[in-house]
Design a protein around this ligand. Structure first.
Ligand code: FSX
Ligand code: SF4
Ligand code: F3S
Length: 382
């Protein structure tokens, strides 16, 4: 941050320090982490700090349908009071069935009041799938079906955010044979909504979306499935810390085998990283530092963010490889004068349609671990 930005951000941090009782350092760290998550340029943390400091918090009405409440749990983890305070400061959580002290008619009255007071301005966050089979009788709250409740609350919302895979595309409740007809928010409303898939989703992806709304007055750039591109723009396999092992053909073949203990690629254990769009590997979970996400912990990604993958494909089934190939050759250590460079050779090879060669190489590497010992999977000086 340059000096002017630093000054603005520090001033804003002072306000928040007084209001929330968290240190400037913690607050500035939060702003910087959010700016990084959003992929914003240098200086954006100052704009975020100022927006949060002003505390013109958007009203949020949060509905729960078919789910496990993991989305709320991951967002409001008691062991991270700083994050929790910031979330509750960034948004005004005016109705949340799980966290609300009120119950019964009182709670319903509070929801209607919040909707009236913030008509056309509130953000509707929906957690959980909506059962549509048999006229929606499988989920009723306050005598209303989830279908009716969702439609009523969405009518006057400024934006609708489907949080978690259940709300985004049906998630776990929609698993075959889907006895209740569990459906997504977008399908029930018949219009696209913002989706933050994941089971549970990374809290920073929701928080960063809310902060973007607060700072810039609009939602971040979304893909065709309504997912914020900053979080779901790339497949996990592209930025996985085990990717070098995949490219070199070093795979764990069984949980606990030598390859697994050495941190080899989990593709053969069914890792769905190659067909799953999410930023798990880059931002991690739980605020405990780097390398805290399923693959880093030794478990294959199950594709929990991805429709048609998570809760749809068996965990042991190998992933579809979406067009990525291990390199067909390796660069020279030192480029030789007067000869085409590796980059040029790669470009020429691509133009010449060398994809088949890449595919053959990939097939060879994927075959390396079959029946072999882990040591024999090491590339031999190719
Ligand atoms: Fe659970 Fe949320 Fe999974 Fe679903 O997260 S963590 S079942 S995505 O709706 O509560
Ligand atoms: Fe990482 Fe899974 Fe890809 Fe292997 S297959 S590199 S473990 S994302
Ligand atoms: Fe889910 Fe895979 Fe990330 S299982 S949490 S998308 S690593």
């Amino acid at each position: 941050m340059n000096e002017a930005y630093m000054e603005e951000a520090t001033e804003a941090a002072g306000e928040v320090e007084n209001r929330l009782g968290i240190s400037r350092r913690e607050f500035l760290q939060f702003c910087a982490a959010t700016a990084t998550t959003l992929g914003l340029p240098a200086g954006a943390e100052a704009a975020i700090a100022k927006a949060v400091e002003k505390a013109r918090r958007p009203s949020v009405i949060w509905l729960h349908f078919q789910e496990c409440t993991g989305c709320s749990e991951s967002l409001l983890r008691a062991e991270h009071p700083t994050l929790e305070k910031l979330i509750l400061d960034v948004i005004s959580l005016d109705y949340h069935e799980t966290l609300f002290a009120a119950a019964g008619h009182q709670a319903e009255a509070a929801r209607k009041q919040a909707m009236k007071d913030n008509k056309g301005k509130y953000i509707l966050v929906v957690e959980g799938a909506i059962p549509v089979k048999d006229k929606g009788i499988y989920c009723k709250i306050g005598g209303q079906t989830a279908i009716d409740l969702l439609k009523e609350c969405a009518a006057d919302a400024a934006a609708v955010i489907a949080i978690g895979s259940c709300a985004s595309w049906g998630g776990m409740p929609s698993t075959d044979p889907n006895p209740t007809g569990a459906s997504s928010v977008g399908d029930v409303l018949g219009k696209p909504v913002v989706t933050i898939p994941g089971c549970p989703p990374n809290p920073y992806n929701f928080l960063a979306t809310a902060v973007h709304f607060l700072t810039f007055g609009k939602l971040p750039d979304l893909d065709q499935l309504g997912r914020p591109r900053f979080a779901y723009g790339r497949i996990i396999h592209e930025h996985c810390e085990r990717r070098a092992h995949f490219d070199a053909g070093r795979f764990a073949m069984e949980f606990g085998d030598e390859g697994h203990r050495k941190g080899y690629c989990l593709y053969k254990l069914g890792c769905k990283g190659p067909e799953t769009y999410a930023n798990c590997s880059t931002i991690g979970f739980g605020d405990v530092g780097e390398s805290n996400w399923p693959v880093a912990c030794g478990h294959p990604c199950i594709g929990c963010t991805e429709k048609g993958v998570g809760f749809a494909k068996p965990i042991h089934q190998t992933a579809v490889l979406r067009g990525m190939m291990p390199p067909a050759s390796y660069p020279r250590i030192v480029e030789e004068q007067g000869k085409s460079s590796f980059a040029a050779a790669a470009a020429l090879a691509a133009i010449a349609g060398a994809a088949a060669g890449g595919a053959a190489m990939l097939a060879r590497n994927l075959g390396k671990s079959e029946g072999g010992t882990q040591e024999s999977q090491q590339p031999k000086g190719e």
